[in-house]
Ligand binder design. Structure first.
Ligand SMILES: *[C@@H]1O[C@H](CO)[C@@H](O)[C@H](O)[C@H]1NC(C)=O
Ligand SMILES: *[C@@H]1O[C@H](CO)[C@@H](O)[C@H](O)[C@H]1NC(C)=O
Ligand SMILES: *[C@@H]1O[C@H](CO)[C@@H](O)[C@H](O)[C@H]1NC(C)=O
Ligand SMILES: *[C@@H]1O[C@H](CO)[C@@H](O)[C@H](O)[C@H]1NC(C)=O
Ligand SMILES: *[C@@H]1O[C@H](CO)[C@@H](O)[C@H](O)[C@H]1NC(C)=O
Ligand SMILES: *[C@@H]1O[C@H](CO)[C@@H](O)[C@H](O)[C@H]1NC(C)=O
Ligand SMILES: *[C@@H]1O[C@H](CO)[C@@H](O)[C@H](O)[C@H]1NC(C)=O
Length: 334
């Protein structure tokens, strides 16, 4: 009995020596410089419970909220979310030179401004600072992060105007600046993005003035959301037969243009224009679209709602409060 237990122990010990842990053989160890920087970040946040796994005795590639490159052990992602983290984003985040993804999300006690140290992160592809209490401007220096494909600064307390320099980001696919307190107008440069034109999410701010005409030349790939601002004037040039956009939300602004002659792209599936000062009639072309959402309520539209397509699949609440729209689903025209 005794000897067989000894034999099994001997065998397991032997196996342990001869078979290295797959995890250790496949991953390089966390880079020592990056580890030091992470510990500085933890200290800057007052060693919060949320980062308790950031234990100096453990390889940092195994710490919570991190991702390392398997071959080099360099930290490539730092994604801190939904924790009790308070204080400001420490400039030390700029000292993780191989970061591709930096996220601070749902951290209501995170305050201060976006630190300029992030411009050192030349490999950054995704920057998310959302649902925090960060204040101050959307910094113009973010245009230095040429590799960014996604910039999400939504749900913060950011103020000031949108820096025109963001159009110098050649790889951007989405720009989320929604749910802040941004003022001023949409930059004219947003009609001339250096590369792709990103989908623009600018809703729930205090943006004002007309939408620059330059945006009429842009072929937005999927979506624009300008809702709940104080934008005014014409926006009809955002549409056009040859474009590929699917979702357009211009609701709750002060837009004022004639809808009668607008040609909508065949790709359009969701159109929200509610609460503006849009006039004219609904163009018959709308019956040719495969609409999933359509709301033109609270405008100054007139005339018969074209019959056909998807237009009668939306209830009267999507058409009500206009000057003299009529026909199904509203009461018949007189
Ligand atoms: C968050 O942290 C602060 C300071 O460390 C502490 O006073 C507070 O109780 C914590 N709140 C929660 C919900 O854990
Ligand atoms: C934010 O900090 C306050 C004060 O320390 C604390 O009461 C609260 O629980 C914190 N909020 C979160 C989401 O942790
Ligand atoms: C964070 O923002 C919320 C909502 O805007 C606010 O109620 C709260 O007091 C703020 N917290 C801090 C620490 O500033
Ligand atoms: C973008 O990233 C690539 C590879 O990660 C890197 O070689 C290049 O220098 C970066 N671009 C800039 C402008 O830093
Ligand atoms: C749509 O594209 C075609 C071919 O590229 C072009 O001939 C036509 O003028 C365009 N129509 C509009 C309204 O831009
Ligand atoms: C928009 O892009 C699509 C697909 O890339 C293309 O077919 C279309 O002609 C473009 N339209 C305009 C107005 O540039
Ligand atoms: C359309 O907008 C009006 C006004 O905001 C709103 O009452 C109605 O519920 C909306 N319809 C849908 C389907 O959201």
């Amino acid at each position: 009995m005794k000897s067989s237990v000894g034999f099994i122990l001997f065998l397991s010990f032997h196996l342990f020596l001869s078979l290295p842990y797959p995890s250790l053989s496949a991953h390089a160890k966390c880079n020592a410089h990056d580890k030091q920087v992470l510990l500085e970040i933890k200290a800057a946040f007052n060693n919060p419970y949320h980062l308790a796994s950031w234990n100096p005795d453990v390889d940092c590639c195994g710490w919570y909220a991190l991702d390392c490159d398997r071959n080099t052990g360099r930290v490539i992602a730092l994604t801190i979310f939904a924790g009790n983290i308070s204080g400001e984003i420490p400039p030390a985040v700029g000292d993780l030179p191989y970061l591709q993804n930096l996220m601070f999300h749902k951290l209501t006690n995170l305050t201060g401004q976006i630190p300029s140290a992030v411009t050192k992160l030349v490999h950054l592809r995704e920057l998310t600072i959302s649902w925090t209490n960060l204040s101050g401007p959307v910094p113009s220096f973010l245009s230095q992060l040429k590799n960014l494909t996604s910039l999400d600064l939504s749900f913060n307390d950011l103020t000031g105007s949108i820096p025109p320099s963001l159009s110098e980001l050649p790889n951007l696919l989405d720009l989320h600046l929604d749910r802040n307190k941004l003022t001023g107008s949409i930059p004219d440069s947003f009609g001339r993005f250096a590369g792709n034109s990103p989908d623009l999410f600018l809703s729930h701010n205090m943006l004002s003035g007309p939408v620059p005409k330059s945006l009429g030349n842009v072929n937005f790939s999927i979506q624009i959301d300008f809702s709940r601002n104080k934008l005014e004037g014409d926006a009809s040039f955002l549409f056009g037969k040859n474009k590929t956009i699917q979702f357009v939300d211009l609701s709750r602004n002060l837009f004022e243009f004639d809808l009668s002659k607008v040609e909508f792209p065949d790709s359009l599936t969701n159109l929200d224009l509610n609460h503006n000062k849009i006039f004219g009639s609904l163009p018959v072309g709308l019956t040719e679209l495969n609409l999933q959402f359509f709301n033109v309520s609270y405008n100054r539209l007139c005339g018969q709602i074209p019959q056909g397509g998807k237009l009668q699949s939306f209830d009267s609440y999507n058409y009500f409060h206009n000057r003299c729209l009529c026909g199904a689903p509203l009461p018949a025209c007189k």
